[in-house]
Design a protein around this ligand. Structure first.
Ligand code: GAP
Length: 444
């Protein structure tokens, strides 16, 4: 299967089955902004819930936070985003298109007479590169002037830094400890694309771990190992995951060291999460710009210091895309193509399909009863339309790991068949054992 074909097939499946739709589609869509449909919202929620459980609920040393998207504009001066969160862009004076200065389609040097516009082909019409800030701006209050500018946050991390003392003092944590947050971030990306991989509105799952200076490198190593394990436990193919260490020319302005966790997408190896040693850069800058002391007082050692920060920053949308790419497969079964999303059961949007074999002989009544009993506790789907094989195929495409069929034996012996998505094998299980059977396999 050609790689571009796989992405095309995924985009089409995502729309057909209700995972992801183009934003404002009836108006022609909005560039690189996507909406999650009924199955997609469940899948992404499962990713976020699993992250929250691993990072907050399962640990004693991490607290949760939900900071606002809009923040005081000085936050973004202190963080370096107003001055430095930029891409160099060039304009074509003839066709008015705008490009990244390093766009490989540009022939020649922008600003020089020989440079050629990649869209209209004009020569000498490309401007010198100018820096373009990637932050979205809006106005707060009734007057739309410079003083009213606020930004849609380009990362959730800053909401954690400015709240770190609030969390520390209210939770009675001591360093080392972390703060975790899931939330929307916005970047006016110039070259977005690859479906939900790079978008202008996306969700981050970020954790900032505050440590004593000098212990940062060991915490950094721990966190990068733990984060890779988290991705592996989602059931992703191990050979498609790797680390990429940032060289000196790649490091962000705040980072002393950084590793990306990369996945091998059909369009190449790409970052799904960054682990950064941000030193005391952020707290130092917020201390300087706000004039407020942000030092930590270690009572036991009777010393004050500005903590170092180890950050883990994953994209919820990128992890969701990774799961879809990794799960997609086509198989030939009895002369037909079976499309399967082989999600780990804990991640699958629907956990089980419930079917009456036929619409008579008491089967629909028993199947409906089972469906309602399960639905109160698990996302399940009732389907009585079409041949049983078709119903299985529909659930395979949605990534549903189990299908429960109520048949003649259910009526006489109170047992059902449970069909496994991946092996297509079937077990006979007592009606009163179905929930336990599912639970055992969904917990991971
Ligand atoms: N606070 C650090 C930070 O934001 P980043 O490497 O710029 O670091 C972290 O972003 C993660 O956020 C990335 O690994 C990616 O998963 C996600 N991300 C960043 N930009 C994105 C975009 N335009 N669309 C979707 N996800 C994005």
């Amino acid at each position: 299967m050609a790689d571009t074909t796989l992405m095309d097939k995924l985009v089409s499946l995502a729309k057909r089955r209700g995972f992801v739709f183009q934003s404002s589609e009836i108006y022609g869509g909005l560039g690189s902004v996507w909406d999650y449909g009924p199955l997609g919202v469940e899948l992404k929620k499962n990713v976020k819930d699993r992250w929250w459980r691993a990072m907050v609920h399962a640990r004693d040393d991490i607290e949760g936070l939900d900071a606002a998207i809009l923040m005081h504009p000085k936050v973004w001066e202190a963080s370096g985003h107003v001055a430095g969160f930029t891409d160099p862009l060039v304009d074509c004076k003839h066709c008015k298109n705008r490009f990244r200065a390093d766009d490989p389609r540009i022939k020649g040097t922008p600003g020089q007479p020989d440079a050629q516009c990649p869209v209209c082909g004009s020569k000498g019409t490309l401007t010198e590169p100018r820096l373009f800030n990637l932050m979205f701006r809006t106005f707060m209050g009734p007057v739309e002037d410079q003083a009213a500018i606020v930004y849609l946050r380009p990362e959730t991390a800053q909401g954690i830094y400015v709240n770190y003392l609030n969390v520390l003092n209210s939770s009675r944590q001591r360093i080392p400890f972390g703060i975790a947050q899931i939330g929307k971030a916005f970047r006016n990306e110039i070259t977005p694309g690859n479906f939900i991989f790079r978008t202008r509105e996306f969700e981050q799952m970020e954790m900032q771990f505050f440590v004593k200076p000098g212990t940062d490198e060991e915490w950094f190593e721990r966190w990068r190992a733990w984060r890779l394990e988290w991705h592996q436990a989602l059931g992703l193919a191990p050979a498609r995951l790797r680390f990429h260490q940032h060289g000196p020319d790649e490091l962000a302005h705040y980072a002393k060291a950084a590793f990306d966790i990369q996945y091998e997408f059909p369009f190449g190896w790409q970052e799904i999460e960054g682990v950064h040693n941000r030193t005391d850069f952020d707290l130092g800058r917020h201390q300087q710009y706000s004039g407020k002391k942000l030092e930590y007082f270690d009572q036991a050692a009777n010393e004050r210091y500005l903590p170092y920060i180890v950050e883990t920053s994953a994209g919820a949308d990128r992890v969701t895309l990774t799961l879809m790419v990794d799960a997609y497969r086509e198989e030939q079964v009895e002369g037909e193509t079976r499309v399967v999303l082989g999600f780990h059961p804990a991640i699958a949007p629907i956990k089980a399909g419930v079917f009456p074999l036929v619409k008579k002989d008491g089967m629909p009544e028993l199947a409906t009863e089972l469906y309602h009993a399960l639905k109160r506790k698990l996302p399940v789907f009732y389907d009585d339309s079409g041949a049983i094989g078709r119903r299985y195929r529909r659930m395979d495409e949605a990534g549903t790991p189990f299908c429960i069929t109520v048949d003649g034996d259910t009526v006489s012996a109170r047992t059902v068949t449970i069909r496994h998505r991946d092996s297509m094998s079937q077990d006979r299980v007592g009606l009163d054992q179905v929930e336990a059977f599912l639970r055992e396999r969904l917990e991971a």
